[in-house]
Write a protein that binds this ligand. Sequence first.
Ligand SMILES: Cc1ncc(COP(=O)(O)O)c(C=O)c1O
Length: 325
Amino acid sequence: MKVHKSVLDTIGNTPMVELKSTIPKDSKHRFFAKLEFFNPGLSVKDRVALAIIEGAEARGELKPGGTIVEATSGNTGVGLAMVAAIRGYKAIFTMPAKMSQEKRDTLTGYGAELIITPNGVEPDDPRSHYSVAKKIADETPGSFYTNQYHNPDNPQKHFETTGPEIWDQMDGQVDMFIAGAGTGGTISGVGKFLKEKNPDVKIVCNDPVGSILYDLFYHKEIKNPPAPYQVEGIGEDMIPECLNFDIIDDFVQVTDKEAFTVCRDLTRKEAMMVGPSAGSALAAAIKYSEKLEKPSNIVVLFPDNGSKYLSKTFNDEWLKEQEII
Ligand SMILES: Cc1ncc(COP(=O)(O)O)c(C=O)c1O
């Protein structure tokens, strides 16, 4: 029988599909999408969740019956909640209020406990989702704080799986890879692998307007203070240790309007129901490709499934209220 032992064994080996109807007709480049929404928890974060828990188990940091604690924008929480359900751990997550209702309901649906924290507070403010998660971990016996922003198991998993899958699927013919950075795990792990294979591969990061990463990369200081934006999962108001600026060649800033427009286009024209961070990545890839002289193969990573954002991306009233369309 060709049967998996658990749903966790279906993580990874996601498909790569060439984009056709959402790219400029006169483009000399080819665009390929790595569809991470094919993972069982519908996002790229399933890979990292499993790696972080397996790392903690191997090091004896998480024992049977223990509690997994994490500050999450939703997707890592889903991955961790799946691992917790299968391996018998308790899961407690903290998440900022801006995250969609679908994400909240999904986490509690998997059996996790959820604590909602206020939007827009400084990361070291005791009310932030990072501080609240750390406090819960400190006060809960047998807990493991997964620390996805600073845990080296996160980029390492992408170095070991996502990067080799992309190289293999493209038969080594990759000129550019583009992804957003939340923890930075995806772009740092994939970027390191691709650069080791071919140092000429360009690694580009799409960053929401309002995130501090663009300024930090180009100016080594924060010229514009962090500002709110609606795309979930990417961009930062602090520096994650998982993000390796050294392997990134360029950053491209993307507005909410650009990200949500391309995200809706991807669903209608390519039948890929993706989240807004995928729209952001493709919007940035198209803008950046105009600068590339040589015809290039551009791989864009689509992190998650659009069904997580039905009340936002696919709700015209909400988009109008937010002045996005
Ligand atoms: C929707 C979405 N896109 C992109 C990312 C960024 O991935 P990474 O944390 O590997 O930088 C995340 C991370 O949480 C996410 O939830």
